[in-house]
Design a protein around this ligand. Structure first.
Ligand SMILES: [Zn+2]
Length: 429
């Protein structure tokens, strides 16, 4: 009797294990190599358009955490090489403040090996960069904090836009239209972890991508806010490099195990079994690392592109507030070179993404792209045109109405169109 029971239990166990691992193994041998091939073929079609304005395009990350946040251990040793390899030129940090009196600047600020870093905060549902030496009192109510920061020349954007906010507050200049962390909230943990165990080494970008869902309600909210006033849309990597298991030696010779959200799991003596797992310490002293989210893949997952004069905080923030920004899922294709603009009756550029343009100055709405794809024109939340021919150029010459017109570019992945670029609107008045 016991024999059969044991057999049944182990049989059930094996079937469950098989069921849990099969999708990940299938991804490893079938889905991801196919996707990899498809994306590599897609990259070969790249033709960077000639610049249409004097502005340069800079790639950057606008929602990133470093060691200053309680839930990250990230240092320059992690952030800078990751930024370099992902082609990210600026990083606007959004660290969780320590305590309620927050003195800025703090942490990293300036150019590090050519990568520009500006410190900022994420707290109480907003991303903020004060851009100056200020003291933020987080004990005040949200709207007063926002008012104080903006009146001193700083930036306030809505973070985590799946959550409730005071959407009517005119001090807020922008919002997250995609946040990777927001997107992961509907995933069940076990299959994702198994997928990283099997595919994390070779196909981390596809394993992260596995969690993607189009954020339709957030985009609809953005469109509806834009019918009332200009609200700049940007994308949030929200990377902490913290969904990981790591170990490092303490001064007393014991070893500290650090788990997800940079929480210490355990501190223990070094024995044969754990020593066997360790490697030479890296620059931060880690002797063991098993990683799910890394800065590199976070920066590559979704990237913001700002059209600006120079790679400097004044120029980038000036153009950021103008909405001279688009974002793209960079692991599908680098979108540098994309441009969305309007032309007037004599075929000169009358405005670019983020600009407000008088109706009689718009004969056509145009876009150019470094890679071919599907262009979707969205007017105040309503898709008014879809051009599906695999083209690098787009022009729409129907008479325009007042309102916000934005462009989305979609590309084909596994036979289905998926969003690739989100552009800020041109506001026609
Ligand atoms: Zn965050």
């Amino acid at each position: 009797m016991l024999k059969y029971l044991l057999l049944a239990v182990s049989g059930f166990f094996l079937i469950t294990l098989f069921g849990l691992f099969t999708p990940a193994v299938w991804h490893h041998w079938v889905t991801y190599p196919r996707l990899e091939k498809q994306v590599n073929e897609f990259q070969k079609l790249r033709k960077e358009p000639a610049p249409l304005t004097k502005l340069h395009t800079y790639r950057g990350a606008l929602h990133v955490h470093s060691y200053w946040s309680h839930d990250s251990e990230g240092t320059l040793y992690d952030i800078i090489p990751a930024a370099k390899s992902a082609g990210v030129e600026f990083i606007f940090l959004t660290d969780h403040p320590r305590g309620n009196i927050d003195t800025l600047p703090r942490g990293y600020k300036g150019y590090y090996d050519g990568v520009l870093i500006e410190p900022g905060s994420e707290k109480q549902g907003f991303d903020t960069w004060s851009l100056d030496s200020v003291i933020i009192n987080w004990n005040l109510d949200k709207d007063s904090i926002a008012k104080n920061i903006v009146s001193q020349g700083g930036i306030i954007f809505y973070a985590h836009t799946e959550e409730p906010h005071n959407w009517g507050n005119p001090d807020f200049q922008g919002m997250e239209i995609y946040n990777f962390h927001t997107d992961t909230k509907d995933e069940s943990l076990t299959p994702q972890i198994i997928n990283f165990i099997v595919n994390g080494n070779k196909y981390r970008h596809w394993a992260l991508r596995e969690m993607f869902d189009e954020q339709t309600s957030i985009l609809a909210l953005w469109d509806s806010l834009n019918t009332k006033r200009k609200i700049v849309g940007f994308s949030a990597e929200d990377t902490h490099e913290n969904q990981n298991i790591r170990a490092r030696y303490l001064k007393d010779g014991r070893v500290e195990w650090v788990g997800p959200n940079a929480n210490v799991i355990d501190t223990m003596d070094v024995k044969f079994w754990n020593k066997w797992l360790f490697q030479q310490p890296d620059a931060n002293g880690w002797v063991f690392k098993w990683m799910i989210d890394t800065y590199k893949e976070g920066f590559n997952y979704i990237t913001n592109y700002i059209l600006a004069d120079t790679l400097s905080v004044p120029s980038l923030t000036h153009h950021l507030l103008k909405g001279h920004l688009y974002s793209a899922f960079k692991s599908l294709g680098d979108a540098k070179g994309f441009m969305y603009y309007s032309e007037n009756q004599v075929d000169s550029i009358s405005g670019i993404l983020g600009d407000s343009v008088k109706m009689d100055q718009v004969k056509t709405l145009n876009a150019v792209s470094p890679l071919p794809g599907q262009f979707r024109l969205i007017h105040d939340g309503k898709t008014v045109n879809v051009t599906t021919s695999d083209n690098y150029q787009y022009a729409w010459s129907e008479p325009v109405e007042k309102g916000a017109y934005r462009i989305e570019m979609h590309i084909k992945l596994k036979g289905k169109y998926v969003p690739w670029i989100y552009s800020n609107p041109i506001y026609i008045y």
